[in-house]
Design a protein around this ligand. Structure first.
Ligand SMILES: C[S@@+](CC[C@H](N)C(=O)[O-])C[C@H]1O[C@@H](n2cnc3c(N)ncnc32)[C@H](O)[C@@H]1O
Length: 254
């Protein structure tokens, strides 16, 4: 079992903190030139981030590679003004483009291990954002935290019954490539058709402050603005960058 094959479990475990969508709206109001009507999530999963935006009256568009996530996003957004497409975040094709705001605040960019893949993603998002628009992109930083290290959620109830929890372990880190090996273990109780425990290992790419700046400099359609903490509240400067496992970069569509 892969967590992405269980959108119901994923949606519960990775639900946004309730205050974050409102902060995204405030950033959009402050930083998008002109009206904000259409919002894109280029790797939307089960629409965890799009649903609160749709509920606030925005048109939302989502894209995801996984058929089960695409199905789950369509169910979650039924009755809302939305487009959900199956595709690669490095080659977005959405009939409802262009968008005013794009959000990828759950760390999916970390799955792109090669610089050229993240560049292709940035170029693709730029191609579907209008001038004056904003892309909020989470990146993992080359942080100085201990390895190995672990973080575990509490037990979270699922809407259809049962409980789930998740544990993330950073197993190893290779400083010169910026790649971290992560093990994710999901435990469930009483969730229909779900094993009580399943684990996966995957790699994520981390970035230094300089690497992030040089990456964005290669995409002239974007200007790198303020880098924020993952609560979307505080600006992060170069010295603070490596003290945080992840940050959110504000990319302004020129
Ligand atoms: C960390 S989840 C984020 C989902 C969503 N933003 C959320 O928080 O609910 C990662 C999602 O990215 C999708 N994904 C991974 N690689 C992708 C790619 N190259 N193109 C599009 N989607 C991708 C996965 O299928 C999964 O649904």
């Amino acid at each position: 079992v892969d967590l992405y094959d269980r959108p119901d479990v994923y949606a519960a475990l990775r639900a946004p903190q309730p205050e974050i969508p409102e902060r995204i709206c405030a950033l959009a109001r402050a930083h998008v030139r002109g009206e904000v009507r259409k919002v894109l999530d280029p790797a939307c999963g089960p629409a965890n981030w799009l649903l609160p935006m749709a509920q606030r009256g925005y048109f939302v568009a989502g894209n995801d590679l996984s058929p089960s996530m695409v199905r789950a996003a369509r169910v979650a957004l039924a009755g809302h003004d939305a487009e959900i497409a199956r595709g690669d975040m490095r080659d977005l094709r959405l009939a409802s483009a262009p968008f005013d705001l794009a959000i990828e605040v759950s760390g999916t960019s970390g799955l792109m291990l090669e610089r050229r893949d993240l560049l292709a993603h940035l170029r693709s998002v730029a191609s579907v954002l209008r001038s004056g628009g904003l892309f909020l992109m989470m990146v993992f930083t080359r942080d100085s935290g201990p390895v190995p290290s672990a973080w575990e959620s509490g037990e979270i109830p699922l809407p259809d019954g049962g409980l789930a929890s998740v544990r993330y372990e950073v197993m190893s880190r290779v400083d010169h490539t910026g790649v971290e090996r992560i093990r994710r273990t999901v435990r469930t109780h009483g969730v229909q058709d779900c094993p009580p425990q399943f684990a996966e290992e995957y790699s994520v790419r981390t970035w230094t402050w300089r690497e992030l700046h040089s990456l964005v400099a290669e995409v002239p359609e974007f200007r790198l603005g303020t880098v924020l903490d993952d609560d979307l509240l505080h600006p992060i400067d170069e010295p603070a960058f490596a003290d945080r496992p992840e940050v959110v970069a504000m990319l302004h569509r020129v």
